[in-house]
Design a protein around this ligand. Sequence first.
Ligand code: DAT
Ligand code: MG
Length: 155
Amino acid sequence: HALQLTLALIKPDAVAHPLILEAVHQQILSNKFLIVRMRELLWRKEDCQRFYHEHEGRFFYQRLVEFMASGPIRAYILARQDAIQLWRKLMGPTRVFRARHIAPDSIRGSFGLTDTRNTTHGSDSAVSASREIAVFFPDFSEQRWYEEEEPQLRC
Ligand code: DAT
Ligand code: MG
């Protein structure tokens, strides 16, 4: 496919601040991602636990889950060539100290508060993108999108 899909989240630390929320949204637009779907929601703790189950047992797991359920988040399905890799590059490194030093202009380098409160999430592979899109947009069919919507975006 010419266009790849990814799941992007704006986390509670950034949704709580209108100017930061707007700045992250502008990054999406200025990098020519197509916003395929977008919604805002308050996440239940059990859903955060399931979403981050790969980190269960790590020292930050409890903190991460509490934080992600602490306020509204914004979820996007984004489409673009190399969407997964580009969105992760725009986010910058996971840990805020590293982000500020090696990628000061990245989203996390600019707005990240701590290693946990780091502004955004992005899928890390095509397999996780599909899984994560289904978590937030259960009615969205990737197959149908590629058959019916994506071809029209190319002509
Ligand atoms: P990413 O969000 O860059 O894919 P990840 O999947 O390794 O990073 O971790 C998921 C989230 O968990 C991350 O965005 C913030 C939190 N986290 C990861 N490593 C952490 C650490 N060392 N200390 C505190 N929080 C951490
Ligand atoms: Mg990850």
